[in-house]
Design a protein around this ligand. Structure first.
Ligand SMILES: [Fe+2]
Ligand SMILES: [Fe+2]
Length: 300
């Protein structure tokens, strides 16, 4: 549980101008949390933009107001379905929702009720990518090579969901399991998993962290367990033949390996398929590699 007298960070883009938040928002100045917005006042767009122009990306909320913040976040998800907002804006909202979900994971995994917030966020992201024709492209635009685990998780999540939709996966439960599997697949990776020496032990540690959490679906857990299998018994932990594993597993493993390779070589994912294809052509189904290539160049 969070200490009620402490603060927790929030992403600045999760705040919406024009409406009161019902919780106070602070900015960190030196070692001090200084009041910036009062919960009773509407968030002022100009002050928000001023912070962003100074490079501020994180603000703070008192831990005692966590429930109120989570409610605010969930209400904000409705904006993803608001057709009056341009698709580009909804794409950046979706990206923020995903990044917030990833950053809050350690805390939201502590209890079933907190985990339900993660699920609600995932439902909306699945909905946005699977139902909105330009949804994926709007999130993906400008995606860079992942420089940390959060960015890697974001890339794997959106690429996996899009590739699944384009490969005929339309069952919500399967997409939810895939999204959850992508979200949690490297949960316990402590070092940069994208350096030249990936850390195989991260898999066992991740499964250990999840083993007593009965509210995480079995489908997602299986995807996580097998996410480092590839090719013909080339991966780990069980050297399985990837082509014999379910479609969503093949998709997750491909997107994970693809994004890691892009990250290692500092290649933007949008330009990453050609060299990746040459290197890995025998290890994943040709049709999946081709479809992923089309998705990356936004041809579908
Ligand atoms: Fe991994
Ligand atoms: Fe990964």
């Amino acid at each position: 549980m969070r200490d009620p007298d402490s603060f927790f960070p929030i992403r600045i883009d999760t705040l919406r101008a024009g409406a009161p938040t019902l919780f106070d928002v602070f900015v960190l100045v030196g070692d001090h949390h200084v009041h910036y917005f009062l919960g009773s006042d509407a968030i002022d767009d100009e002050r928000l933009s001023a912070l962003k122009s100074k490079g501020v990306r994180k603000l703070y909320v008192e831990s005692r107001n966590e429930t109120s913040f989570l409610r605010y976040l969930v209400n904000g998800l409705d904006r993803l379905r608001d057709p009056s907002l341009a698709i580009g804006i909804r794409g950046s909202i979706a990206q923020d929702v995903i990044l917030t979900t990833i950053e809050n994971l350690p805390h939201n995994l502590e209890s079933e009720s907190a985990y339900r917030t993660t699920e609600k966020q995932m439902e909306r992201v699945v909905d946005f990518i699977s139902q909105e024709p330009k949804g994926f492209a709007a999130i993906f635009e400008g995606t860079r090579p992942a420089t940390d685990l959060t960015e890697h998780t974001l890339n794997v999540l959106i690429l996996s969901l899009k590739l699944a939709c384009e490969s005929g996966v339309h069952v919500t439960k399967e997409l939810m399991d895939l999204g959850t599997g992508a979200l949690l697949h490297d949960l316990a990776a402590q070092i940069d998993p994208h350096g030249s020496d990936a850390d195989p032990a991260h898999l066992g540690r991740t499964l250990q962290m999840l083993e007593d959490k009965a509210y995480i679906s079995g489908g997602a857990l299986t995807l996580i367990e097998n996410h480092e299998e590839r090719g013909d018994r080339l991966g780990y932990p069980n050297k399985k033949r990837l082509s014999r594993l379910p479609l969503t597993q093949q998709i997750l493993n491909l997107c994970n390996d693809f994004d890691r390779t892009c990250s290692q070589n500092k290649r933007p994912p949008a330009d990453g398929m050609k060299p990746y294809f040459i290197e890995r052509v025998g290890e994943f189904e040709l049709i999946h590699l081709q479809k992923l290539g089309q998705i990356l160049t936004s041809k579908i």
